[in-house]
Design a protein around this ligand. Structure first.
Ligand code: GLA
Length: 385
């Protein structure tokens, strides 16, 4: 047991006088394929070794008790009275609501949870919170849902309760991750393949800009709407068309005037990113990290200039990486508007890079970014029965 699991188990036993099962629910990284999961694109995420830990057990009543150790907040609710609340509670209540909508026979339970991923940092703490609870409830109450069905359930929960119209990437990686592997997920039909992440001599380093992105979740939904609007124009002469059928962004030029500048730029990014992710997957499978890294920089450029989801702090972190020969690829990761950059850094130069990026950020923004060296890991699992 690590310190978090020991702590939540101890608190659980004290509060509820019974022994819980313990589950671990990972966050994720995404190597490339950003903001295309809701646009019929490909993404390349992996679950990581950081996430949310749950101590949980059914209590034989109709009452649910939660205690969030990180926020030091408790919350109880009757299972017949599930409705929206605020903040972290909505991620959990949304999941319970989805089980109820499916008419699954879940009942009251006690739950203590805590994590080692920062919220709002682009490592998908929200999918980790949702997935850990969904997986545990599915086991405790024998609901019989598969991992993919649980990922879809969690995505619906996030749409309905917190109200973020997210794609499927985070929930899929949370459920389906495999240690040492990345997932190449086709978001059009949810077909996927794993391939090994062979990073010999390199490490994945996340740098947290410390700009919290929850407030910008409204902007996330705006991007989704803009893409839907763009797609409407593309479908005016072929109703079955998806972004990936456009193939080259130049094919969009014919629609520029009708779309308007902003929607056109969003669509241009999406078409480019879908193509880029296909190329990137091929480079990664050939272990060509150098070419792969160049595409990461190109993705950042697109996210910043065309898709408008970066911020000056993230741009500075990526620019600092670009000027450092030990960093072969870097970009903002996840929803954006803050959160982390993902960097592929030569093993012996990790500390120097962290220091250099920290100094640059401190000088310009009086912020010291947190750094995390992450490893890939497995999807949600029970760690103590
Ligand atoms: C968030 C969403 C994902 C995905 C990314 C951007 O993490 O939850 O579905 O859209 O942003 O790629």
């Amino acid at each position: 047991m690590n310190t978090i699991t020991a702590k939540i188990a101890e608190i659980f036993i004290k509060k509820f006088s019974s022994a819980p099962a313990i589950y671990f629910s990972p966050g994720r990284i995404n190597l490339i394929g950003e903001h295309v999961d809701y646009n019929d694109g490909f993404v390349m995420p992996a679950a990581i070794d950081k996430g949310i830990y749950y101590a949980i057990a059914g209590n034989g009543t109709n009452t649910i008790h939660f205690y969030s150790l990180d926020f030091d907040e408790r919350f109880s609710i009757d299972i017949h009275d599930i409705k929206k609340n605020d903040n972290w509670k909505n991620y959990l209540l949304g999941v319970i609501n989805e089980f109820l909508l499916l008419k699954k026979n879940i009942r009251g339970f006690d739950c203590v949870f805590a994590g080692d991923i920062p919220p709002g940092a682009g490592m998908s703490s929200s999918a980790a919170v949702e997935g850990g609870l969904a997986f545990a409830l599915n086991e405790i109450f024998n609901c019989g849902l598969s991992r993919v069905e649980l990922a879809q359930l969690c995505q619906r929960a996030e749409h309905d309760f917190p109200g973020v119209q997210c794609g499927i990437m985070d929930q899929f990686a949370n459920m389906m991750g495999k240690q040492g592997e990345v997932i190449l997920l086709d978001c059009q039909d949810l077909s996927y393949q794993y391939f090994p992440l062979a990073l010999e001599g390199y490490k994945i380093v996340l740098l947290n800009s410390m700009v919290h992105h929850a407030l910008a979740s409204g902007e996330y939904n705006v991007r989704r709407k803009q893409c839907e609007e763009g797609l409407m124009f593309l479908r005016s002469d072929n109703p079955a068309r998806s972004f990936r059928d456009i193939r080259k962004w130049e094919n969009l030029l014919a629609y520029e005037a009708v779309m308007g500048k902003e929607v056109f730029m969003r669509c241009m990014y999406v078409v480019q990113e879908i193509e880029r992710t296909k190329k990137a997957a091929a480079f990664l499978q050939q272990n060509n990290l150098i070419e792969f890294g160049k595409l990461m920089y190109a993705t950042h450029e697109g996210l910043s200039k065309l898709y408008g989801v970066s911020c000056t702090e993230l741009d500075l972190l990526v620019e600092t990486a670009r000027q450092n020969p030990a960093v072969i690829g870097a970009r903002m990761m996840g929803g954006g508007f803050g959160g982390c950059t993902i960097n592929i850094v030569k093993e012996g130069s990790v500390n120097d890079f962290i220091e250099q990026a920290g100094a640059a950020c401190k000088e310009k923004f009086q912020i010291t970014p947190e750094a995390y060296i992450v490893e890939t890991g497995n999807g949600v699992k029970k760690i103590v029965a």
